[in-house]
Design a protein around this ligand. Structure first.
Ligand SMILES: Nc1ncnc2c1[nH]c(=O)n2[C@H]1C[C@H](O)[C@@H](COP(=O)(O)OP(=O)(O)OP(=O)(O)O)O1
Length: 160
């Protein structure tokens, strides 16, 4: 059976009191949408090292104690590549929030997250992430705005 190609990506969220740091993507995939910080994992790094690097590059913060909370597979009709996104969260960081070429960051209260300006899948799994519950999920998209099918399940543990 043919192997399905997967592209591994990170997605990290930083929490402070009742707030979460989001960034508006200024270019490329997901341009204009608010999201956490992340991107592709390089060949010579672990997934969590990539998560730390991407946060640093995209919003200037140095994060520690990242907890992996979710793994989501995204499939797009007509595209053989599955995006395998590893979701992290932390409350531990140093540095100042800084705008980058890729992201315009802003703190949001957790009950004021702007889902209407985010990926359509986000409202489905954010509640797990915000509650620090571990989860696996799958979304099949047609284009970038329509979810055709999906599932989410809470899990006891995730591979690091
Ligand atoms: N559907 C959905 N919901 C929520 N988050 C995401 C998606 N699809 C996604 O790809 N993502 C996340 C996963 C990553 O954090 C980013 C996409 O990363 P990308 O900007 O393509 O990767 P970089 O390595 O930063 O890209 P370049 O530096 O090559 O521009 O969105």
């Amino acid at each position: 059976m043919a192997k399905i190609p997967k592209k591994v990506l990170t997605l990290a969220f930083i929490r402070r009191d009742d707030q979460i740091l989001l960034g508006r993507k200024k270019r490329g995939f997901g341009e204009g949408k608010w999201n956490g910080f992340g991107g592709k994992v390089d060949l010579d790094e672990t997934i969590s090292d990539a998560a730390v690097r991407e946060v640093r590059e995209e919003c200037g913060l140095l994060v520690t104690n990242l907890k992996k909370l979710g793994v989501i597979d995204f499939e797009f009709v007509g595209d053989p590549v599955i995006l395998n996104v590893h979701v992290f969260s932390t409350v531990d960081f140093t540095g100042n929030v800084t705008e980058s070429e890729e992201m315009s960051p802003q703190w949001y209260k957790v009950h004021e997250v702007p889902f209407e300006k985010m990926w359509k899948d986000d409202p489905h799994w954010f509640p797990y992430m915000l509650d620090n519950k571990k989860f696996n999920a799958y979304f099949l998209f047609e284009g970038h705005e329509k979810i055709i099918s999906h599932w989410i399940k809470e899990v006891e543990s995730l591979d690091e």
